[in-house]
Design a protein around this ligand. Structure first.
Ligand code: GLA
Length: 415
C-alpha cells in the first residue's frame, strides 16, 4: 500500500471543457525526466531506463491474500527509473516524486528492514530481497520519477518496486524479466520487499498487475497458485471508457484496518479448518461455524467476491461487457457493508456515478479512501464526471482528481 502522507503527483492536463482529466506522461517524457534527474546527480550515464505501471483492479478486492481471484489492468501512469550498476556494494538514490527531490546513500550489505525512509525501502528493499534469496546484486546509482498518483490506491509503491526489480534483474544478468515464469518470481521479490522490508503485509495483486499484465487485456490472477489468464478488455470496441475518480481522501486507519481485515480472514480460515478462504465451498455451512457476526460478514465478502470475479470474466469473454454493471455494483456494496473498507467519499463518488448513468461503479484497491472506478459510455463520460464533481462539492469534500485509463503495457525497459 502507498504511504498515506505522501504528496500528490499529477501529470499534464488534457481533455475537453468540463472537469479536468489528468493524462499520464508518455514513455519518452518519463524517460527524459528520469535521465535528466540522473544526469543532475551522478557524473555518468545510466545503463538504461525502465518503467512499471500502477494498476486499477477491475474487480476482486481483498481476495488476493485469501488465495482468491482478482482482475487488474495496468494503467498508463508509470514510474521510471534510470539506473547504472556500480562495481561496489554502494547504493546512491535520488527521487523526485510529486516535485520533492530526495537523496539517499547506503550499501546493499548494510540494508536492514525498517531502518530506511519508506520511499527508500521500496527501492533499496528490492536489492535486499534479491540478496536474501542468494542472488548476486551489485550496488547501483538510480534516479526515480513517477506520474503514478501517490496515496491514491493506484499502487505507486508496487510500480517503484517493479521498475527497480526489472532494472536490477537486467543489470545483474538474472534473466527473470524475459518470461512470465521469471516475472512471477520477480513479483515474489517485490512482494517480499513490501512485506518483509517495508513491513506492509499486502498480497500479490499490485505487483502481478505491474509485471504480468498485457496491453489491451485484464489479468485474471489466481492467487492460490499464481496462474493467470489474459482476458481481452477492449473498452473502445464497445464505446466504453473507464473513469477513475481519485477521491483524494486518505483515512488514518488505512494500514491498521487492512491488517485487521487480513487477520480476521486468517482466523476464520483456521476456524474452518482450511488454508485459505478460497477453499470454502459451502458458504452457508461455513457461516454457521464462525464465531461472530463481524467474522461472518468478512468471510461472506471474500467468498462472494471471488464468485463475482468468475461471473464478470464469463460475461466479458462472452462479449457481454456492457452487462457487467450489476456485478461491479454488488462488489462495491459488499465492500461497503460486509467488509467495511469504503468511506463517505468513495460512497458519494459511486452513488453519483451510478445516478448519472454509469454502467457500473465501485471502489478499487484497499479502500479507506483512494479511488473509485466507473464504467461509462464514452459519450456520457463528461456528464458522469460533472455529476461526481458536483456531488463532492455538495458534500463539502475537496475536488476529486479524474483519470481515464485503458489497459496499458506492463513493466519493461523504455530505452
Ligand atoms: C491493496 C493491497 C493488495 C490488495 C488490495 C485489496 O491494494 O496492496 O494486495 O489486497 O489492497 O484488493
Amino acid at each position: 500500500m502507498t504511504s498515506a502522507s505522501s504528496a500528490r503527483s499529477t501529470g499534464e492536463a488534457a481533455g475537453p471543457a468540463g472537469p479536468r482529466v489528468v493524462a499520464a506522461w508518455n514513455p519518452q517524457q518519463g524517460s527524459d525526466r528520469a535521465r535528466r534527474l540522473f544526469a543532475g546527480r551522478f557524473d555518468s550515464t545510466p545503463d538504461g531506463v525502465w518503467a512499471a505501471p500502477g494498476r486499477v483492479n477491475i474487480i476482486g478486492e481483498h481476495t488476493d491474500y485469501n488465495g482468491g481471484l482478482c482482475l487488474p489492468i495496468a494503467i498508463p501512469h508509470r514510474t521510471y527509473v534510470a539506473l547504472r550498476a556500480r562495481q561496489d556494494d554502494q547504493i546512491r538514490l535520488v527521487s523526485a516524486f510529486g516535485g520533492e527531490v530526495l537523496d539517499w546513500s547506503g550499501s546493499v550489505s548494510g540494508l536492514q528492514p525498517g531502518q530506511t525512509p519508506t520511499w527508500v525501502g521500496y527501492v533499496a528493499g528490492v536489492a535486499w530481497a534479491l540478496a536474501r534469496q542468494g542472488l548476486p546484486v551489485d550496488g547501483f546509482n538510480a534516479a526515480l520519477v513517477s506520474c503514478v498518483p501517490t496515496a491514491a490506491g493506484l499502487s505507486s509503491s508496487a510500480a517503484v518496486e517493479c521498475a527497480v526489480g526489472l532494472a536490477l534483474d537486467e543489470v545483474n544478468g538474472l534473466g527473470m524479466g524475459d518470461s512470465d515464469a521469471g516475472r512471477h518470481h520477480l513479483v515474489k521479490i517485490a512482494v517480499s520487499t513490501e512485506n518483509d522490508f517495508v513491513g506492509a503485509r499486502t498480497g500479490d495483486l499490485d505487483q502481478s498487475a505491474s509485471l504480468r499484465t498485457q496491453r489491451g487485456h485484464a489479468l485474471l490472477l489466481d492467487c492460490l497458485d499464481g496462474s493467470t489468464r489474459q482476458v481481452p478488455f477492449d473498452l473502445a470496441a464497445e464505446d466504453l471508457e473507464l473513469l477513475v475518480i481519485d477521491t483524494r481522501a486518505t483515512h488514518s486507519h488505512a494500514t491498521g484496518g487492512y491488517g485487521q481485515r487480513r487477520a480476521t480472514c486468517e482466523a476464520a480460515a483456521v476456524m474452518l479448518g482450511v488454508d485459505t478462504l478460497r477453499e470454502v465451498d459451502d458458504l452457508d455451512e461455513a457461516l454457521d461455524r464462525l464465531a461472530n457476526d463481524e467474522m461472518r460478514r468478512r468471510v461472506r465478502h471474500v467468498v462472494t467476491e471471488i464468485a463475482r470475479v468468475e461471473g464478470f470474466v464469463a460475461l466479458v469473454e462472452a462479449g457481454r461487457l456492457r452487462e457487467v454493471g450489476p456485478t461491479m455494483n454488488a462488489s462495491h456494496d459488499s465492500l461497503r457493508d460486509d467488509y467495511e473498507v469504503s468511506c463517505p467519499e468513495l460512497d458519494v463518488a459511486v452513488d453519483a456515478a451510478r445516478r448519472a448513468g454509469a454502467i457500473g461503479a465501485r471502489m478499487t484497491g484497499g479502500g479507506f479512501g483512494g479511488c473509485a472506478i466507473a464504467l461509462v459510455d464514452a459519450s456520457r463520460r463528461q456528464e458522469v464526471a460533472e455529476a461526481v464533481v458536483e456531488a463532492f462539492s455538495r458534500h463539502g469534500f475537496g475536488a476529486p482528481q479524474l483519470y481515464v485509463v485503458t489497459p496499458s503495457d506492463p513493466a519493461g525497459r523504455v530505452d
